[in-house]
Design a protein around this ligand. Sequence first.
Ligand SMILES: [Mg+2]
Length: 225
Amino acid sequence: MEKVRIFIWDLDETVWFHLKNQGEVLAKLLKVKEKEIFAKQYSQMWKDFMPYFQSRKVSYEAVGQYVEGKIPILKAYQFSGNDFMEKITEGKKELEEVNPEAIEVMSYLKEKGYCNISITDWFASNQESALEVLRARPYIDKVYGCDDGYMKNNHYKTLQMAKELQLEKRKEEYIMIGDSLTSDIFFANSLGIKSIWYNRKKLPNTTSYIPTLEVNSLLELKNIF
Ligand SMILES: [Mg+2]
């Protein structure tokens, strides 16, 4: 572990937690009366997001169109897919709760001279604004998002990222941290870098993806690094 210099943070369910009933909260923010219909379309939209964009180019326009197709009720309220994406970012505080452990550990690591970056499957600029809203922005030096062509569970895009971060020569310096075995640990395994599985709910690992470390609380990292 002594060569590790850069922590790659997952955001969803690691740096922040989704609040339950997101769909309903969002319906309220958008003043959509048919809350249940909206919530259903919204949740299906997220379920289908990754498979849909696996082999497609991700752009703001493409995601906007995808959202319009998946949440047709938006049209009745004259919201475009892009309006909707902006609302999600603005409403971050109502939709998400920052993980205080992540703040404490990121700040600790930064003070010790480590670098925190993030790789996310959403747009870097939106995630940066969200980090701002949740007061977590100062701890993360750079956010790599899907708009830069990066997505964690896409092998081709992973290779592209490896090139940019000069990972071939610097593998030892990176460690990925996240809650998802099939996304974060898969990503780290396919890059050949170290990883930390944030297993908050103490679930068994039923996948073939093996993390270097497993923690139930992020605070455990303060004893390791
Ligand atoms: Mg996550």
